[in-house]
Write a protein that binds this ligand. Sequence first.
Ligand SMILES: Nc1nc2c(ncn2[C@@H]2O[C@H](COP(=O)(O)OP(=O)(O)O[C@H]3O[C@H](CO)[C@@H](O)[C@H](O)[C@@H]3O)[C@@H](O)[C@H]2O)c(=O)[nH]1
Ligand SMILES: [Mg+2]
Length: 201
Amino acid sequence: MDRNPGVVVRDVELTSRGWHVLRRTTFDYRRRDGRWETQARETYDRGNGAVVLPYDTARGCVLLTRQFRYPAYVNDHPDGMLVEAAAGLLDADDPVAAVRREAAEELGVTLGPLTHVLDAYMSPGSVTERLHFFAAPYTPADRTGAGGGLEEEGEDIEVLELPFAEALAMTRDGRIADGKTVLLLQWAALDGPFAPAAGVR
Ligand SMILES: Nc1nc2c(ncn2[C@@H]2O[C@H](COP(=O)(O)OP(=O)(O)O[C@H]3O[C@H](CO)[C@@H](O)[C@H](O)[C@@H]3O)[C@@H](O)[C@H]2O)c(=O)[nH]1
Ligand SMILES: [Mg+2]
């Protein structure tokens, strides 16, 4: 890794290999004033992920999930039941294949053309993951399955079809408190299918 001449990795220590991988890396870092110093940083590596917002502009709706998220529950979320856009880790798939797979598994919807919105690091101080964001139109006819996720992996996912205006209101009052979902809903209102100028672009 030599893309940045101001960073020289000295040592990578595997501190935990559980469901995902935690490492402690020691590296030399050249400060902006030119002085070198040694830093250590831990990274949580769970691979990369992809997320999708299916929208139906004719009916003014979006499809979201609700599921229990223990890490949010342990950090003050009232009941841990988070409303989120369908998402998953890439595993062996590319981002497009991964969002199609997750939309089918979690939402029971078969997606057509996808719009790539952006890619973002969601927690760059500690988590290595880069998340690939997509949106896709759907109609009631595309809802070909029940969704719900994979029971054998412990998934128990409720499918929510919400009016877009209500989903956006939920980002304002805290009922939606998941970063990737807030981002996609705000994009949809600002720049995407529910933007005021969407029809004339
Ligand atoms: N047994 C076990 N299962 C785990 C553990 N951690 C996660 N899982 C399970 O592994 C499955 C992973 O499901 P995916 O749909 O592939 O991932 P995700 O958890 O929905 O991840 C999405 O949301 C994350 C949070 O916003 C994103 O970080 C990620 O990129 C992706 O978008 C889930 O059923 C989850 O409960 C663990 O420590 N132990
Ligand atoms: Mg998921």
